[in-house]
Design a binder for this molecule. Structure first.
Ligand SMILES: [Zn+2]
Length: 89
C-alpha cells in the first residue's frame, strides 16, 4: 500500500514591508510569509507542489497574497529582522 498526500510548510521570511491592510485599514509593516504545499510519500515531503507568498498584517493577522511577479517589486526591508539574523548565526 502506498500512502501519499500533501503537507503545508510555512516559513516566516521576516522583513518589514509597507502595507496598507485591506482588512483592518491600518498602515503597517508586514512580514513576508512563504507557504509551500508539498507532495508527501509515506509522510515524507518529496517535492513542492505549490508555493505562495503572503504579506501578513501584524495587527489583525490577515494575509494578503503576493504574486510571484510582484515579489521583485516589493521594497526591500530597511533592516533585517532579528529572527533572520539568529537563523544565520
Ligand atoms: Zn490588518
Amino acid at each position: 500500500m502506498i500512502i501519499f498526500g500533501w503537507r503545508r510548510r510555512v516559513h516566516d521570511l521576516g522583513g518589514k514591508y509597507a502595507l496598507l491592510c485591506a482588512h483592518c485599514d491600518n498602515q503597517v509593516e508586514a512580514r513576508l510569509i512563504k507557504v509551500g504545499t508539498w507532495f508527501t510519500l509515506f509522510f515524507i515531503p518529496v517535492f513542492p507542489y505549490r508555493i505562495n507568498y503572503f504579506l501578513r498584517c501584524p495587527k489583525c493577522g490577515k494575509a494578503t497574497r503576493v504574486k510571484k511577479n510582484q515579489l521583485a517589486a516589493l521594497q526591500p526591508p530597511a533592516a533585517p529582522a532579528e529572527e533572520s539574523l539568529e537563523k544565520a548565526a
